[in-house]
Design a protein around this ligand. Structure first.
Ligand SMILES: [Zn+2]
Length: 225
């Protein structure tokens, strides 16, 4: 996971999608990994919607129902397209930072009855090895110091706040629950502190909240990788 120095912006172009035409920029870190900033509209002024999404090949590209990543990515792009403004940072830290092969090894352990946290620990990894300093570097490069963060993961909010980016609102992501990931999402809520259990207030965050209402840290929703 060693990563030295800030990422360099290498290339940018349009990204047409079914939801909108986004701008995408490739950033490279010194470890050779390439990450994406996918944005739409002018990000200056009022804090924009931001999603920090960690790569999940199986969920994002292969429609896996074992997790909720692909659903969250699609929902985030759609939501940003609807608002006409916002940013998805797509970080290449597969499997909560342990890599694809290890994630699949962890899946095999889960098939034998371990939960996602136990499986990682059995393989000798922390439950969550993701590093959000890269996201901070990219946000700084984009001149973003105040954001409305789409996440169910309070650790992401804390990581940004302690790194100097103010999260003026936490916008829950309610999507992607299915019988295949029910246990996984419940484990993320119980062991990783993700905020679960939709409540009626969930829809409130879907309308534009005042930028200085700090979202509701205990407001509702489903999982978040
Ligand atoms: Zn996933």
């Amino acid at each position: 996971m060693a990563r030295k120095g800030p990422p360099r912006r290498l290339a940018q172009a349009k990204l047409p999608t079914p939801f909108a035409v986004f701008d995408m920029a490739v950033y490279q870190t010194e470890d050779g990994k390439e990450h994406l900033a996918i944005s739409i509209g002018d990000l200056g002024g009022l804090p924009p919607l931001v999603r920090i999404h960690s790569e999940c090949l199986t969920g994002d590209a292969l429609f896996s129902l074992r997790c909720d990543c692909g659903f969250q990515l699609e929902h985030s792009l759609q939501r940003i397209a609807t608002e006409g403004r916002g940013l998805v940072l797509y970080l290449r830290q597969e499997g909560r930072g342990i890599g694809l092969a290890n994630k699949i090894r962890a899946y095999a352990l889960q098939d034998q009855g371990h939960d996602t946290v136990e499986a990682n620990e059995t393989l000798g990894f922390p439950a969550d090895a993701r590093d959000y300093s890269l996201a901070l570097d990219m946000l700084f490069d984009l001149d973003l110091r105040r954001v409305r963060l789409m996440t169910n993961n309070p650790r992401k909010v804390d990581a940004l706040q302690s790194g100097g980016v103010e999260v003026v609102e936490r916008v829950p992501i309610v999507c992607g629950r299915n019988p295949h990931n029910e246990t996984y999402l419940t484990t993320k809520a119980d062991k990783l502190g993700h905020i679960l259990n939709p409540l009626p207030a969930a829809s409130r965050a879907n309308s534009a909240a005042p930028p200085d209402s700090p979202g509701s840290p205990d407001s509702p929703d489903a999982g978040d990788s």
